[in-house]
Design a protein around this ligand. Structure first.
Ligand code: H2U
Ligand code: ZN
Length: 348
């Protein structure tokens, strides 16, 4: 890396078409702010008070069956409904605009064992989660009213997860949400002007430069992207031009399970904690267009900065100006890449 990149500079995110301010040496500043409690691992395999453990009654009164691998259900507190009416306000539409937003929210339990996380699950168990994600994308995406299927996981109390049981969510919406819409526009424009795929070109470039690679296997590459905002943010890229989960071969489904295990293990090993994050997949909208410009990827947005207890805050200049980061993506990648591939809990 050029010496000049050790000074404050800004970097461009071509996928989101946004800038990020990079201030490499800023973590040297003293910290007397909030220290969050460590999110450790639980050794409770079944919690009678957990809404998501097999055989328990959920908050809404529904029974969670005695499932043995994965379990998907309609969110009892869904943020979207399949039959919301058209908002009736019609005056001052430029200033007070409302549109109908119909959708569905699903919850996916990854495993019956309450104590597990993706990092602690076996690759064959994660593969079953990949299969469930694929079926949810297929069936929700086939509903003509819904144009996007957002699969995600909030991991850990620091990221607002309501429950430690291994689970994620799936929301499908009538409109393509802003993040995937912005990415769709960038991928489409890049393809129209260059004739190639932005993320195929980016994956090739990262493979050549090597300095931002955290982990990889035959089908996926995990990098701290050039434009990462969160300290240890990563982008998991399909090496082949896959538009969505529906384009995956059997081997690619296994490989996605494998890279998720590798990456979450490295994350846990970084501060020897159950590492919090929000992660999710971005893939082709389900609006009927073939979306040949789309390139499947996962974003991991973890909040931690210096230790298991000190997080990065997106406040001040970040809220009012633009995103800012304190360590270079290259140094974050180097730290993650140098960690052992075995989980620290298995080494004890
Ligand atoms: P989060 O941990 O990411 O919040 O996801 C858990 C979801 O599970 C949350 O959206 C739902 C919450 O509404 N839930 C139920 O549907 N039923 C329950 O009994 C508990 C939680
Ligand atoms: Zn549980």
């Amino acid at each position: 890396m050029s010496e000049s990149l050790q000074y404050p500079h800004r970097r461009f995110n071509p996928l989101r078409r946004q800038w990020v301010l990079v201030s490499p040496h800023r973590t040297a500043r003293p910290w007397q702010g909030e220290v969050n409690p460590t999110s450790g691992f639980s050794d409770v395999h079944y919690d009678p008070a957990c809404y998501l453990c097999p055989g328990n009654t959920r908050a809404g009164g529904h029974l969670t069956p005695k499932y043995e691998s994965v379990y998907v259900f309609d969110n009892d507190y869904a943020a979207l409904l399949p039959d919301s009416p058209e908002p009736q306000r019609r005056d001052a539409p430029e200033l007070l605009r409302a549109d109908r937003e119909r959708g569905r929210c699903r919850v996916l339990c990854f495993h019956p064992d309450h104590s597990l996380t993706l990092a602690r699950m076996s690759v064959p168990d994660i593969r079953r989660v990949v299969d469930a994600w694929t079926e949810e994308y297929r069936t929700l995406g086939a509903e003509p009213d819904f144009r996007y299927v957002q699969i995600f996981e909030n991991r850990g109390p620091m990221m607002g997860a309501s429950n430690p049981h291994p689970h994620g969510q799936i929301w499908t919406t009538e409109h393509i949400p802003d993040e995937p819409q912005a990415e769709t526009d960038s991928l489409r424009d890049y393809r129209a002007t260059r004739g190639t795929c932005l993320l195929c070109d980016y994956a090739a470039l990262e493979t050549r430069e090597k300095v931002r690679i955290v982990a990889q296997n035959d089908s996926f590459l995990a990098v701290v992207p050039w434009w990462a905002v969160w300290p240890f943010e990563t982008l998991v890229l399909a090496k082949r031009h896959l538009r969505s989960l529906l384009d995956f071969t059997d081997a690619e489904r296994d490989a996605l399970a494998g890279i998720l295990k590798q990456l979450t293990t490295r994350y846990d090993n970084l501060f020897e904690t159950s590492f919090p994050y929000t992660m999710g997949f971005h893939q082709a909208p389900t609006d009927g267009d073939p979306h040949d410009e789309w390139h499947f990827h996962a974003h991991f947005y973890p909040p931690l900065l210096r230790s298991a207890t000190v997080r990065k805050y997106m406040v001040g200049f970040e809220m009012l100006g633009m995103p800012q980061r304190d360590i270079t993506p290259e140094s974050a990648a180097e730290r993650l890449q140098s960690l052992p591939e075995t989980h620290f809990m298995d080494r004890r």
